[in-house]
Design a protein around this ligand. Structure first.
Ligand code: SF4
Ligand code: SF4
Length: 158
């Protein structure tokens, strides 16, 4: 009885293997019918869904200006301290002292991509980018400064 079951299992295994090999052989000779997208070969043509969220970024224009006032609303909205907004005092054109962002620290390694910071920002200074290749050897590289070096707030943003 044991030997009979054993031989039966071997036959079933071989049959299953041949079924799989038949399908593999089919697509090997019918390349045009393959619809599976193979990453990373298709990186340039990859279409991510609109709602896909990869990381928080700060928007800068061609003059290296952003819309961040340093209000810290995003930091307060973040449920897990992913954002730390370090502020400074600046003197504006009217000679008045004003709070401004000095360093916008973002810990991508902590971010749950919940979008709450984006919703909290009153000036749309930050948004979700669709970048997703975040693998690094040192997790310190995932701590980012989102305001670019030398950038400043765009005129007219309060
Ligand atoms: S997406 Fe969520 S977790 Fe990430 S920084 Fe914004 S509020 Fe924090
Ligand atoms: S990104 Fe928006 S919410 Fe965060 S500090 Fe700047 S202006 Fe305020």
């Amino acid at each position: 009885m044991f030997l009979k079951d054993y031989i039966s299992d071997v036959f079933k295994g071989v049959k299953s293997l041949l079924t799989g090999m038949k399908l593999t052989g089919y697509y090997f000779t019918h390349h045009k019918e393959i619809i599976t997208q193979e990453y990373p070969d298709n990186r340039d043509t990859l279409n991510l869904p609109e709602r896909f969220k990869g990381e928080v970024v700060m928007l800068h224009d061609e003059n290296n200006e952003h819309a961040c006032t340093g209000c810290t609303a995003c930091e307060l909205a973040c449920p897990n301290a992913t954002i730390k907004v370090i502020t400074k005092q600046e003197v504006n054109a009217a000679g008045k002292k004003k709070k401004a962002v000095d360093t916008f620290v973002y810990h991508l390694e902590l971010c749950t991509l919940c979008n709450l910071c984006i919703q909290a920002c009153p000036t749309d200074a930050i948004k979700m980018a669709q970048t997703f290749e975040h693998s690094v050897f040192d997790r310190k590289q995932l701590t980012k400064v989102l305001n670019k070096p030398g950038s400043k707030i765009r005129e007219g943003i309060e």
